[in-house]
Design a protein around this ligand. Sequence first.
Ligand SMILES: C[S@@+](CC[C@H](N)C(=O)[O-])C[C@H]1O[C@@H](n2cnc3c(N)ncnc32)[C@H](O)[C@@H]1O
Length: 508
Amino acid sequence: MSWNDGYVTDTPYPNGVFTAMAPSQLNFSCVLNGYKPVSLASPFKYFELGFGLGQTLTVLAAAHPHAEFFGADFMPAHVSGARELAHSAGLSNLTLLEKSFEQLANGEVALPEFDFITLHGVYTWVSRANQQHIVQFLARYLKPGGVVYVGYNTLPGWATAFPIQRLVRELAAVHPGNSLQKMTDFKSLMAALVDVKADFVTGHPDVGRLARGFNDNAAYLAHEYLNEHWQPIYHADLVRDLSEAKLDYVGSAALSQSFWQATLSPEQVALINSIGNPVVREATRDLICNTKFRKDVFVRGARPLSARDRTAWLSEAQAALVAPRVTITPEAYDNPPKALAPAQWPAVLDALETGPTRLSTLSQLPSVQGGVDGDALRFCITLQEYGDLTLLDPTLPAADPEPARRLNTEITRLAHLHNHFTSLCSPVTGNGFHCGRLVRLVTARLLQDPATSDAARLSAELRPVLDACTDIDPTELASLEGDALPALVAQILRHRLPLLKQLGVCAD
Ligand SMILES: C[S@@+](CC[C@H](N)C(=O)[O-])C[C@H]1O[C@@H](n2cnc3c(N)ncnc32)[C@H](O)[C@@H]1O
C-alpha cells in the first residue's frame, strides 16, 4: 500500500482558518450544553490531526503563548509549508510533525496527554483503517475530561452527491493528468450536465447547488472529491466509533445549534422533543435540516455543570467585535440575527464598540431579555457565525501580544504576494478573524510604523503594491482607481484601526 492510502497528495489543500476549533469556542459548546469546560487559565495542551497548511494551528498557537500546540499531517508539502510559517513567526510553543495517523496511534512519537484534540475535514475522507487509527489516538492521548472536535461530511446532506463523486472518480481513473487537471475537466463535464438538463441534476436541487459549487477552487475540489475513501457518515456512526475512546457527545461547535429550536417550525420542534434517545433525536434533526457538515464536540467523561456554575461562567464570558461597528447593520446580512429587533441593535453595538464586553453587561441592557444565555448571547452567536464577532472564554488569561504580532507581520507580508492567508490573529480573543486584502496591506504598514495616519500618503504607497498583485481581479483593481483608494484607506484608518488596537493586533 502506498503511503497516501488513497488520499490526494499531488496538490496542497487550500488554506483556511476555522475559528470553531479555538479552545474558547469548544468550551462554549460544552457550557451551553450543560457540561464542564477545560480551564484555559493553566497551560493546556492542544493537538490537531491532519492540519493541512496549518493556518488554524499557527493562529491558535500565536494567540495562546502560555499553551502548547501540536499537529500532524502525513503530507510533506503541508508540513514544510506550515513549519515555514511557524518559523517566520518564531512560535516556540508549536510542534508540527510529519506523521501518519497510524504512526501516531502506534506511539511512534513520544507525546503528552492533551486537553483538546481536533480534526476538521479529515474523518470522512480517509479509509476505515485510518478512522480506527484516529480513534486509537484519541483513546491513547486525550486526558480524562479532554475535549475533541470533529468537523465532517454528514448524511443525509451529502446523499445526493454519491453519483457525482463516482463520476469524478471514474473520470479521474482514465484521466492522464494530475488532480488539478482532472478537476478542471470534471468542472466542464458538470457544467455540460447542467446545460443538457440531466434528469438527475434537475430532479435534485442539491445537485444543482453542488454543480454551481464546481466553480470553487480546484485544489479544494480535488481534496473533497478525488479521495478513494470519501465517505460522508451519519452522526450515529461517529458517536459509536468514538465511544470506543470513551467519548461522550456534548453538542456542536457551531454554537447556534445550541438554540436549534429558534430556527425550526413549532411542529418540527415538537417532533424532535418527542424523541427521548439523543442519537435518534440528532438523526431526526439532521433529516429535518438536511445537514451536510457537522462540527461535533465530544468530551472524555462529560460531567454536568450545575445551573449556577453555568450562569457564572457565561456572565464572565465576553464578546468582542472583529468587524467595524459601522458594517454591522441588518441590511448587511442575508439572514440577519433575529434574537434582537433592529431597534435594539444600537444599544448592544454601542457597548461592544468600546471593546470586549461581558455577557452579563450586554444582557442587562434595557429591553434585552433572557439573562446571560438569552437574546444578547444569541445575537452575538449569529454575528460570530458571520465572522463579525468572537466570544471569549472567561478563563482565557491575558496573552503576551508579541507572538501574534510576529505572525501578523508575516501574514500581512504574504498579502503582498498572494491572497492565501485571509485571517489575522488576535491575542485578545484567542482566535483568528477574517480580513480583506486591503486591510491586511494597510495593517502591514501599521505594524511597521504605528504612527501612520496619513491616508493620502499611505494610499500612494499602496498603489504600486496593488498594481503588482497579479492575482487581483482587474474589475476590483479598477474600482480602486482615482480617489477610491485614498477614501477606502481613510475608512480603514478611521473604523478598522481602533478595532485592530482593541484586538491587540496594532499597538495602542
Ligand atoms: C481535507 S484536508 C483538511 C486539512 C485541514 N484540517 C483543513 O481543514 O484545512 C485533510 C488533511 O488530512 C491529511 N491526511 C489525510 N490522511 C492522513 C493520514 N493517514 N495521516 C495523516 N494525515 C492525513 C491530509 O494530508 C490533509 O492535510
